[in-house]
Design a protein around this ligand. Structure first.
Ligand code: HEC
Length: 100
């Protein structure tokens, strides 16, 4: 009986997940929020992290793959290759911040 209940609630969970497929994921699930923590909400730079919005796509990609700054070692390990490609495209398409 217990097993059946578990299976039933599992099925319910699955249904709930499928039903909300149109709803955008919560901000925490979006990997760009990780970059914003250091690089600022508009990726316009903050404290020791430079502005990265509108940077060259290959340069952004390199910062997560081949030329990882030591401060970004931890975050780069949390990203899949697909997320890295998506982030590089997304961030390079953002408007460059006005020079301060
Ligand atoms: C823990 C803080 C931190 C996080 C999180 C972080 N960065 Fe950085 N990032 C830095 C720092 C600090 C530098 C500057 C490193 C240096 O100059 O040696 C940097 C540099 C960069 C650079 C090079 C900029 C330049 O002009 O040289 C890029 C591109 C970059 N980060 C992209 C990202 C992306 C994309 C993410 C999200 C996946 C991210 N960063 C997350 C701290 C962070």
């Amino acid at each position: 009986m217990k097993k059946f209940l578990l299976a039933a609630s599992g099925a319910l969970l699955l249904t709930a997940t499928t039903a909300s497929a149109d709803v955008p994921p919560p901000p925490a699930a979006d990997p760009i929020t990780k970059c914003k923590g250091c690089h600022g909400p508009e990726l316009a730079g903050k404290a020791k992290s430079p502005a990265i919005a509108g940077e060259d796509k290959d340069k952004i990609k390199a910062s997560m793959t081949t030329k990882i700054p030591k401060q970004m070692t931890a975050v780069s390990k949390t990203l899949t290759p697909e997320q890295i490609d998506a982030l590089a495209a997304q961030i390079s398409a953002m408007p460059k911040p006005a020079p301060k």
